[in-house]
Design a protein around this ligand. Structure first.
Ligand SMILES: Cc1ncc(COP(=O)(O)O)c(C=O)c1O
Length: 1010
C-alpha cells in the first residue's frame, strides 16, 4: 500500500470543485493510503465526513462488483458497520473525474475509528468483534453473485497451488523451504477437505488496514470490498486472523477468539473449523509468494518488504506452536470437543475399568496411599520448590512409611511450580506449562510397572535431560471403532526400557518396565508418571507431561484424568481453578441460559464466605447485603459442624425412625401457636408451596387460588401460575383460569397510601372482590397466598389490618390462608419470628425455605392437624430427601444459633439503625422516595420526582454497580419498576457493616446528583 500525496494544490482544487458540482459538498481533503486507488478523507463544511475513492481506469467488472455489493448490503444488512454508497445530485453512485488520467469517483459514508494496525486499544474483544462482523457480513453475502467475483484470483488462498511457480523468487532458503512445506501440505491435506466446504462470495481482505477499531478496541468498521471473490467461506476467517494475530500476545488465542465469535453468528462445519489454522499458514505462504513476485516486478516498492517482515515473523511464531493443540483450541472456541475422540476413550475406560490390572503392586488388593500436595499455591509449596532428588526421596519415603501406605501419589490437575526451565515455556508470554497431566506414583527404585490392559509399544524415548521424563514408554491401545489412545509411563529404568522395542505387544498385567533412579529418570525422586494420552500431538515419545492452565479444557481432553485406571480409594485428581472469562463461557455452554449471572458486566467468582461477607478468588471480602438464605451467616461453624457430624454418621430417607427428625419437627412447630402443629419436610420453597396447594385443595375441595399482584412463590409449574411476577412478565404465559390476582397493597405508589388509616381494609376489599368473582361462577377459593412483607412487590410492608381482613374474606368463602415465609421468616423482621405475625394473624398453612437450612437445600410446611389429616387420603406423600437426618440436624443448628446469638433482636437493632440512617439520607438526597421494612428486610425506593414518583431504575442500576465497584458492597434491585434497593443481608450484618453501607450509599448518591 503506497501512501500517495496530493501532488499539488491544483489536484486538491480539482477534486473540491468536482465534489461541489456533483454532490453540492464544500469540503477540505486529506489523502489516505491505498494500493491502487486514490483515497481521500473528505471533511465537509457542515461537519460531515466522507470517504472519496478515485479508481484508476482498469477493471470495470471489479468496480461494478464493489458498487453492487454495497447496494446489496444496504438492502440486506443495514446494521453492518460498513461504508454506504452516496448518490450524487443526479442519483448516480459513480462519477468521472480527471486526475492523473481518467478515474471513476465514488463517495462513501465515513466510518469512525482507527485502523487496526494503528489503533491505541487492541484486545481479545477486538478479534471477537471482528469475527462477529465478518460472520454477519458473510451471512448477508450468501447468495450474492456478480461477474467480478467469479475470478481466478491470485489473492484467493483457496487457489494457493497457483503460487508454486513463484517459489524460486523467494529470497532465503529457510523462507523458501517454509513456503514449500506449507504449499505441499495445502495440496495434500487442506485442499481435498476444503473442497467439501461451503463456497460463497467473501470480503477476503479484513486486514489490519481495512478494519477500524473504536476507543474500546471493538470493531467499528470494515473497508474496501475490492478483493471480494467467490471461494470457500472459511477463508474469510483465515485472512482476517492472519492480520489480527500480528504482534498479539497469544496468536492461537486470537484465531480462536475470532473463529469462535464468527461461529456464534454464522455456524461453521467441523471441517471448516479444523482448516482455519492451516489456512492462516497458507495465507502467509501466498503472501510471501505474491510479495516475491511483486518485488521482482517492482523492486523499488519498499512497503512490501516492511509488511513481509510481519508475515515472516508471524509465520515462524505459528510454526513454533503445536498444530494439534492449535486446532484443538480453535475447535474448543467453536464449541466442539477439543479432541474429537477423547470422550469415547474415557467412556471405554470407565466401562472396562473393572477388568484392568494394577500398574504397580498387584499383590496389594486395596492399596492405602499417601497423597502429596506439590501445588505452587499449596501449604507445602516451599518444601518442594527446589527439587533436590535425594532430599525429596527421603521425605517422600518417610511420609509413605509413617502413613503405612503402599505408595505415594502426586495429583493429576495440580498446578505446580517445579516446572521452571525453558522446556515449559510456551509461545504465549506468561502461559507456562505447569498443570500436571498424569498421576505420579512414588515407590522405591526398581518397582516393577505392569500394563493395565493390553497394548503394544508405540514410542520409546529418553530425553536424558535434568527434570525431563528420562526413559519414557507410550503403549498404544485400540478400542471400538478403531479409535487409538496411549498410556504414557515416564521416569523409567533405562536398563529395562532398553529391552523393549517399538511394535512389541504387551499383555494385560505384563511387567514391562521399572522405576528408574534419580540419575537416569530426569533427577527426580523415583516415581512413575502415568498419563493417558488421547492425542500425542505429533510428539510421540516426546509427549508433554504438563499442560497450560489457561488452556486446561484442551489439555484435559488430550490427557484425561487417569483415576479411572488406578481405582484408588482417595481422589487422585483436583479441579483446576479457571479464570472468570472461561467460567462464564463454559456456563453458557453447559448450563441452561435461563439462569442469569449476577453483576454480569463484571461477574464475581466467589470461593468462600464468613458471616455477612463473601470472599472471592483473590481473597477480597465483599459485604453481602442480599443473602437471606445464609441467614445465620455464611458457613456458620455450628451449622457446618452439625452437617459434617451427621453426614459422617448417617443420611437416609425419613421412613426410618430417627431422633433428629422428630426433635426438629417439635422445635419447628413450637415456633407457631396452636393449631399449627404438623410439619411436612421438603427441599425447596417451591416444593413447600406446591404441597401447600395440594393440602388446601384436599381440605377445601376447591381448586381456585387467590394471589397478590407481582408476587413470586416458586419455580414449579403450579407456582408460576400463582406468581404474577413470572406469568405476567417476560416469557410468561398469562393468568391461568384457576387463579385470581388481588391488587398489591402498595402504600407508597398504590391507590391508598401512607396516612390512610383504612388502607389495609380498602386493599383487602380487592381480595373480597376476587372471592366474589369466583362465587359468581359458583366457585370458592382453596387458598389465598401472601407474604408477610411483599418481596418481589418491592420489599413492601403491608398496611395495618390487611391480612386480617383478607383472611376473613377468604375464610368466609371456605378458603384457607397461607403465609409464605420463604423470604422473610426466621426472625429477620426483628420483632417476631415470622413476618405474618406483624399483621396479628394466624395462617392455616405456613411455608418456609431459604434461611431454614442456612444454604442447605431444605424447606418445610407447617399446618393444622385437621388439614394434614384431610391430605392423608390413602395416597402416600413421600419425599426422598425431605426430612433426612442431615437436614434435620442442620435445621436444629440454625434454630439454636438464632436463639443463642439473639439474632432476632440483632436484626431489629441493626435494621432500625439502617432505616433511621437511610431516612436521614433521604433528607439529603431527593432521589430517596421511601424507606421501609422491618428488621433486616428493607426497601429503599428511588424516584426521580417525589410528586410524580417516576421510578429511578437506571439510577438504581448505577448505585448498585458503584456500591459494588467502589465499596465492595453487594446489593440488588427489586419491585415492578426495578427501582427499589433491596436489603436483606445475613443476620450477623453488624452495626459497623450498617454504617459502612450508609456512608457508601451517601457517597454514591452524592456522585449521582453531582
Ligand atoms: C416468597 C418466595 N416463595 C417461594 C420461593 C421459592 O423458593 P425456592 O427457590 O427455594 O424453590 C421464593 C424464592 O425466591 C420466594 O421468594
Amino acid at each position: 500500500m503506497a501512501e500517495r500525496e496530493l501532488k499539488t494544490e491544483q489536484e486538491s482544487a480539482t477534486i473540491r470543485a468536482w465534489l461541489s458540482a456533483t454532490y453540492g459538498i464544500e469540503a477540505s481533503l486529506s489523502p489516505l493510503p491505498g494500493e491502487y486507488d486514490l483515497n481521500y478523507r473528505v471533511s465537509a463544511a457542515d461537519g460531515q465526513e466522507y470517504l472519496l475513492k478515485l479508481h484508476a481506469a482498469g477493471d470495470a467488472d471489479e468496480l461494478d462488483m464493489q458498487v453492487s455489493v454495497l447496494e446489496h448490503l444496504a438492502a440486506k444488512a443495514s446494521d453492518l458497520s460498513i461504508s454506504r454508497v452516496l448518490r450524487d445530485r443526479s442519483g448516480a453512485v459513480t462519477g468521472k473525474i480527471e486526475l492523473r488520467g481518467p478515474r471513476t469517483a465514488r463517495l462513501l459514508s465515513w466510518l469512525p475509528g482507527d485502523i487496526w494496525a494503528k489503533a491505541p486499544v487492541r484486545n481479545a474483544a477486538s478479534a471477537e468483534s471482528l469475527g462477529r462482523l465478518l460472520a454477519g457480513l458473510d451471512r448477508s453475502l450468501e447468495g450474492f453473485t456478480h461477474a467480478g467475483t467469479k475470478r481466478l484470483y491470485a489473492w484467493d488462498i483457496g487457489r494457493a497451488d497457483m503460487h508454486r511457480k513463484h517459489l524460486e523468487l523467494i529470497d532465503g532458503p529457510d523462507k523458501r523451504a517454509a513456503v514449500d512445506a506449507i504449499l505441499d501440505h495445502f495440496a495434500l491435506a487442506v485442499q481435498p477437505r476444503l473442497a467439501t466446504c461451503p463456497m460463497q462470495v467473501i470480503h477476503n481482505d479484513a486486514n489490519d488496514y481495512n478494519v477500524l477499531l473504536d476507543g474500546q478496541g471493538q470493531v467499528s468498521g470494515l473497508l474496501d470490498f475490492g478483493d471480494m471473490v467467490e471461494t470457500w467461506r472459511v477463508i474469510e476467517i483465515a485472512v482476517a486472523s492472519a492480520y489480527a494475530l500480528i504482534r498479539a500476545a497469544d496468536p492461537i488465542g486470537t484465531i480462536a477468539a475470532l473463529a469462535g465469535a464468527y461461529h456464534q453468528v454464522n455456524r461453521l462445519s467441523e471441517t471448516e473449523v479444523e482448516l482455519v489454522f492451516d489456512l492462516v499458514m497458507t495465507r502467509y505462504a501466498v503472501s510471501m509468494c505474491m510479495a516475491a513476485k511483486q518485488i521482482r516486478d517492482n523492486p523499488e516498492n519498499t512497503y512490501l518488504l516492511v509488511s513481509q517482515e510481519d508475515v515472516w515473523r508471524e509465520l515462524k511464531r505459528l510454526q513454533s506452536e503445536n498444530r494439534a493443540i492449535a486446532i484443538a483450541r480453535i475447535r474448543d472456541a467453536c464449541g466442539l470437543a477439543p479432541i474429537p475422540h477423547a470422550a469415547a476413550v474415557v467412556r471405554w475406560l470407565e466401562k472396562n475399568a473393572h477388568d484392568f490390572a494394577p500398574i504397580v503392586r498387584p499383590d496389594v488388593a486395596k492399596p492405602e496411599v499417601a497423597v502429596f500436595n506439590f501445588s505452587a499455591s499449596g501449604p507445602e509449596a516451599a518444601q518442594w520448590a527446589s527439587p533436590d532428588a535425594a532430599e525429596a526421596e527421603a521425605r517422600i519415603a518417610a511420609r509413605i512409611g509413617s502413613e503405612r501406605a503402599a505408595f505415594g501419589i502426586g495429583l493429576y490437575g495440580e498446578d505446580r511450580g517445579i516446572y521452571q526451565g525453558e522446556a515449559y515455556q510456551t509461545s504465549v508470554e506468561g502461559a507456562r506449562r505447569s498443570v500436571h497431566l498424569g498421576v505420579d506414583i512414588f515407590a522405591p527404585v526398581h518397582e516393577p510397572v505392569s500394563a493395565p490392559f493390553a497394548g503394544k509399544v508405540a514410542f520409546i524415548h529418553d530425553d536424558a535431560v535434568p527434570y525431563g521424563f528420562g526413559p519414557t514408554v507410550l503403549l498404544e491401545h485400540e478400542i471400538d471403532g478403531g479409535v487409538r489412545f496411549w498410556t504414557l509411563y515416564g521416569h523409567l529404568s533405562r536398563e529395562i526400557v532398553a529391552k523393549l522395542s517399538e511394535g512389541q505387544a504387551i499383555a494385560k498385567g505384563e511387567v514391562f518396565a521399572a522405576f528408574g533412579a534419580a540419575e537416569e529418570n530426569g533427577n527426580w525422586a523415583p516415581h512413575l508418571h502415568f498419563q493417558i494420552v488421547t492425542d500425542h500431538l505429533g510428539l510421540g515419545g516426546r509427549m508433554h507431561g504438563v499442560g497450560v492452565r489457561d488452556q486446561w479444557q484442551v489439555w484435559r481432553d488430550v490427557s484425561p484424568d487417569p483415576s479411572v485406571v488406578l481405582g484408588l480409594s482417595v481422589p487422585v485428581s483436583v479441579i483446576v481453578p479457571r479464570d472468570k472469562e472461561f467460567l462464564v463461557r463454559e456456563r453458557h455452554r453447559r448450563i441452561g441460559r435461563s439462569l442469569s449471572i449476577a453483576y454480569s458486566v463484571a461477574p464475581l467468582k466467589i470461593v468462600g464466605g464468613e458471616g455477612a461477607h463473601l470472599i472471592d478468588e483473590e481473597g477480597t471480602r465483599w459485604l453481602d447485603m442480599v443473602n437471606n438464605v445464609c441467614h445465620v451467616g455464611h458457613c456458620h461453624p455450628r451449622v457446618v459442624r452439625a452437617a459434617q457430624a451427621q453426614m459422617r454418621r448417617l443420611n437416609t430417607n425419613s421412613r426410618y425412625l430417627h431422633d433428629s427428625l422428630v426433635e426438629y419437627s417439635r422445635r419447628l412447630a413450637a415456633q407457631f401457636p396452636d393449631p399449627l402443629n404438623v410439619c411436612f419436610f421438603v427441599n425447596s420453597g417451591s416444593e413447600a408451596n406446591d404441597l401447600a396447594i395440594r393440602l388446601a385443595r384436599a381440605y377445601t375441595g376447591n381448586r381456585d387460588i387467590i394471589t397478590v399482584d407481582h408476587a413470586y412463590h416458586g419455580h414449579l409449574s403450579s407456582l408460576i401460575d400463582v406468581s404474577p411476577y413470572k406469568f405476567a412478565g417476560k416469557g410468561g404465559e398469562g393468568q391461568a383460569a384457576h387463579v385470581k390476582v388481588a391488587e398489591m397493597p402498595d402504600l407508597y405508589r398504590g391507590r391508598y397510601r401512607y396516612g390512610d388509616e383504612h388502607a389495609g381494609r380498602k386493599y383487602a376489599e380487592d381480595v373480597r372482590r376476587q372471592v366474589e368473582a369466583l362465587a359468581a361462577n359458583g366457585r370458592s377459593p382453596a387458598l389465598f397466598f401472601s407474604e408477610g412483607i411483599l418481596g418481589t412487590g418491592g420489599q413492601l410492608s403491608l398496611p395495618e389490618g390487611y391480612l386480617r381482613e383478607a383472611y376473613a374474606h377468604v375464610r368466609a368463602a371456605g378458603g384457607l390462608c397461607l403465609a409464605d415465609e420463604v423470604q422473610v421468616g426466621f426472625g429477620r423482621v426483628g420483632s417476631h419470628m415470622w413476618a405474618h405475625e406483624l399483621q396479628g394473624v394466624t395462617p392455616d398453612i405456613v411455608t418456609m425455605g431459604k434461611p431454614i437450612g442456612n444454604g442447605h437445600p431444605m424447606a418445610a410446611v407447617v399446618t393444622t392437624e385437621a388439614i394434614a389429616a384431610s391430605f392423608a387420603n390413602g395416597m402416600e406423600y413421600f419425599n426422598t430427601f425431605g426430612g433426612n437426618p442431615v437436614s434435620a440436624e442442620i435445621g436444629l443448628a440454625v434454630l439454636d444459633v438464632i436463639r443463642d446469638e439473639r439474632l432476632m433482636h440483632h436484626c431489629r437493632v441493626v435494621g432500625d439503625r439502617l432505616m433511621d440512617g437511610a431516612r436521614v439520607l433521604a433528607g439529603k438526597h431527593a432521589i430517596i422516595g421511601d424507606v421501609r421494612g422491618y428488621g433486616l428486610f428493607n426497601g429503599i425506593e428511588l424516584v426521580r420526582d417525589r410528586e410524580t414518583l417516576e421510578p429511578a431504575a437506571r439510577e438504581l442500576d448505577f448505585v448498585i454497580a458503584e456500591m459494588k465497584r467502589e465499596h465492595r458492597i453487594l446489593l440488588s434491585s427489586e419491585g415492578p419498576h426495578h427501582n427499589v434497593l433491596k436489603v436483606k443481608p445475613p443476620a450477623p450484618f453488624s452495626v459497623e457493616d450498617c454504617d459502612r453501607f450508609l456512608n457508601a450509599l451517601d457517597e454514591t448518591l452524592g456522585r449521582l446528583s453531582g
